[in-house]
Write a protein that binds this ligand. Structure first.
Ligand code: F6R
Length: 531
């Protein structure tokens, strides 16, 4: 389940309307599943505005409403039929024959339900289902502990729902005791689902939905079994804290972000040596942190390749480890795992000095060269190990061999390993140089190279110029491919600030912003929390 957190109800309505609008734009004869209740009213208003301004055309759209009270007259101003005409259908160019709402006046409710289900099937099925969520976790009128696998059916309203809905009637006595509703199976058959939640009175149920497991006492949790669900909620309805975990070779970093996107905690513990030690360390840390924070989600960044939730990493004891499901099982929380460089890139665009950007490429210059790509403020990812920017070939002829099996990979020229290795080789060739004089036990650090340059060492300058040239070649190519608003550089060498940036900018062909990460090693855990 993807979560889109909005600042307020207005933003929620806009985002939800945009989502429905793009569905209709992409497929003008879309079949929409619609909900009533107070939450989607703002969204319906925006959709009507888009239709009236000519931006959106409902002439081919078919709709199926989730539910209707039973029995109730269509003319009753509390019927869902009346609600939909008032809030949407009378304001858009939808054809009357394309509107479907369970008939609260039907003589035979069972037959009405079977016919309704048949009509949904005959229309080709629901492309996008809009849902609200009841305070007790109901969706449609699928109440807690109901038969949660049914199709459209007649159901009894719980006391809880009668009380909640009585706000629309003169008294609770007037609320019909039964309803016709799509079943959970009908809802789960929709191709896409968007669930809306707004207001402080939904806080408890939203936290149960996000943080808890699948449970018939909160029917909305059944949505977690669907592959394409978006929850759009506002800050009032979402209070939980998000825990981010960044697994490194030596240490595991943690960060907690509250619902206002404020970083409320940062920590660190030792990475274990075995798969079991790492998992136990994470589970114990999560348990300890839950003592102080209301954690609802956990995001984990890990090195390596993640395929179908399983992690394989060269430098960690993960060989097809189902990290996501393991941690989820042991903590009971909702867990998402992604590549650590992807997480760091997400951290940069949410919390870093490129938080005003939509599209960035993060390049980490460390032992190797890694990075992540953010497009439209989302991680650009595939199930096939994408974003290995250290391994695009920048020197085809006589390229340096790389451990990945290719030759001439960017990381063979621009990692810190390559930078200091080149400096060492050049120093050895020039024993009179300042650089050679700075060698300790046959090694040089990045800092030594800059210190030598500061003292006027031509040999160090040559090493640096070559390094910067290769760095610029790679950056220019990435800019050509992704057209980012900014390139963010991270890693030890970036501590040099303008000494690195100034000559680099001169070799960059476009006016793309080049920034040095202000988050550095913290970006991974922060981004993981936002997964
Ligand atoms: C509406 C429906 C209900 C509501 C839910 C939330 O068709 O089936 O499940 O979505 O009760 O209602 P509001 O939005 O009024 O909080």
């Amino acid at each position: 389940m993807r979560i889109i957190l909005c600042d307020n109800y207005e933003e929620l309505s806009k985002k939800a309307a945009k989502l429905v609008a793009s569905q209709i734009t992409l497929k003008p004869d879309s079949v929409l599943g619609l909900a009533t209740g107070s939450t989607p009213v703002g969204m319906y208003g925006k959709l009507a505005d888009m239709c009236n301004s000519g931006e959106l055309d409902f002439s081919e759209v078919k709709t199926f409403n989730l539910d209707e009270y039973y029995p109730i007259k269509k003319t009753n101003n509390q019927s869902y039929d009346y609600f939909m005409r008032e809030n949407l259908f009378s304001k858009i160019n939808i054809r009357d024959e394309n509107i479907h709402i369970p008939n609260g006046e039907a003589d035979d409710p069972e037959k009405e339900c079977a016919d309704y289900e048949k009509k949904i099937r005959e229309s080709g099925g629901i492309d996008l289902q809009v849902l609200g969520i009841g305070r007790n976790g109901h969706i449609g009128f699928n109440e807690p502990d109901a038969s949660l696998n049914s199709f459209t059916h007649l159901t009894k309203l719980t006391e809880n729902t009668i009380k909640a809905n009585s706000r629309f009637f003169r008294s609770a006595d007037e609320v019909p005791r039964q309803a016709l509703t799509m079943g959970i199976a009908t809802i789960l058959n929709a191709k896409k689902i968007v669930l809306l939640a707004s207001g402080a009175n939904k806080r408890k149920v939203v936290s149960e939905l996000i943080g808890g497991g699948i449970n018939t006492s909160v029917p909305a949790t059944m949505l977690k079994t669907h592959p394409d669900v978006v929850l759009i909620c506002d800050r009032e309805s979402y209070s939980g804290a998000r825990l981010g975990i960044d697994i490194g070779g030596t240490n595991i970093k943690t960060a907690i972000i509250d619902s206002d996107n404020t970083v409320v905690y940062k920590g660190e513990f030792k990475t274990g040596n075995t798969e079991n030690e790492i998992i136990t360390g994470i589970v114990e840390t999560v348990a300890a942190l839950r003592g102080s924070f209301d954690i609802t989600t956990v995001g984990i960044g890990t090195p390596g390749i993640i395929k179908d939730g399983k992690v394989t990493a060269a430098n960690l004891p993960f060989k097809g480890t189902p990290l996501e499901s393991l941690i989820e099982e042991k903590t009971g929380l909702s867990v998402t795992v992604d590549n650590d460089a992807n997480c760091a890139a997400l951290g940069e665009v949410v919390f870093g000095n490129t938080k005003d950007c939509e599209n960035i490429v993060l390049i980490t210059l460390g032992t190797g060269v890694g990075g992540g790509i953010i497009m439209n403020r989302q991680i650009l990812r595939s199930n096939n190990n994408m974003g290995e920017i250290g391994h695009f070939v920048i020197r085809a002829k006589n390229g340096r061999p790389c451990k990945c099996g290719q030759s001439g990979c960017w990381e063979q020229y621009c990692s810190m390993t390559a930078f200091t290795r080149d400096a060492k080789a050049m120093a050895k060739k020039n024993p009179d140089s300042i650089l050679f004089g700075l060698m300790k036990d046959g090694t040089l650090t990045g800092e030594d190279i800059f210190n030598a340059m500061d003292s006027g060492c031509e040999v160090a300058k040559k090493v640096f110029d070559d390094y910067i040239r290769y760095l610029a070649i790679g950056i220019n190519s990435l800019v050509n491919i992704f057209g980012p608003d900014a390139i963010v550089l991270a890693g030890g060498v970036t501590r040099q600030g303008e000494k690195l940036l100034e000559p680099l900018r001169q070799l960059i062909k476009s006016d793309v912003r080049i920034e040095i990460s202000n988050l550095q090693n913290d970006a991974g855990a922060l981004g993981a929390a936002m997964l």
